[in-house]
Design a protein around this ligand. Sequence first.
Ligand code: GLY
Length: 291
Amino acid sequence: YLNSHATPIVLKADGLAAGKGVIISETTEEAKTTLKEMLADKKFGDASSKVVIEEYLSGIELSVFVLTDGKDYVILPEAKDYKRIGEKDTGLNTGGMGAVSPVSFADKLFLEEVENTIIIPTIDGLKKENIVYRGFIFIGIMSVAGRPYVIEYNARMGDPETEVVIPRIKNDFLELLIKTGRTELKGAKIDISSETATTIMLVAGGYPGDYKKGDVISGLSDAKDVLTFHAGTLVKGGDVVTNGGRVIALTGFGNSIEEAIEKSNKAAEAITWNGRYFRRDIGLDLLELAK
Ligand code: GLY
């Protein structure tokens, strides 16, 4: 099958692989080696015991989130995630190095197409298959020449997208969740802030490869005007120390990406530890695109 497939080619571990189970091969030979590593050598453990082979799509990705009670749904703010470790989207895939919401290229027309051609058929499809699903649907979408294509579904929110999506929701979020649980979402409205939210993820040196834990974090109280999300931290002997690869996310708000990212950046510079790393280009591609 690989011999007959155009390159580049996408190989995806079908199971849960912490957002890292996707490998793009430039040549057929590379794809064969990767497929063997995934299937026979269990590169992603049991997650790659089944591999999905997909056409490579070239475009720009965004994440769309839907909350459904199994019958009705509300669409949450969309977000763009930055998956690679290096600036300008280089290097290894990570769980996510930052996020921006809203996504400027996802205008009203684009989002209407997403709703009509992806969200509604998804909810209808669940009903048709008698799957009673109440909760979040995360739809990974790629805009290819301005048209939305589904890349993946997750039955959860995204990280770090959540850190920019949820803060933009002005309604009582608990009420929406209760309505979801009680199948009462019909007619529910979602009030979304027009502000831009950006988040920057501070990670341990070496991540997504091997990294150290237990480094003392300083400057937490200097992170002003942001929401600080602790992901991989621990309180130890009166200090806050690192306890994971992705350690802290810093969400800033503003009337533009520039305004929001300045706040996230300032806080990111202030919080540090031995080996701390973060991307300094979150949102810059969207600014470039909008020019
Ligand atoms: N940020 C990507 C994910 O949560 O899968």
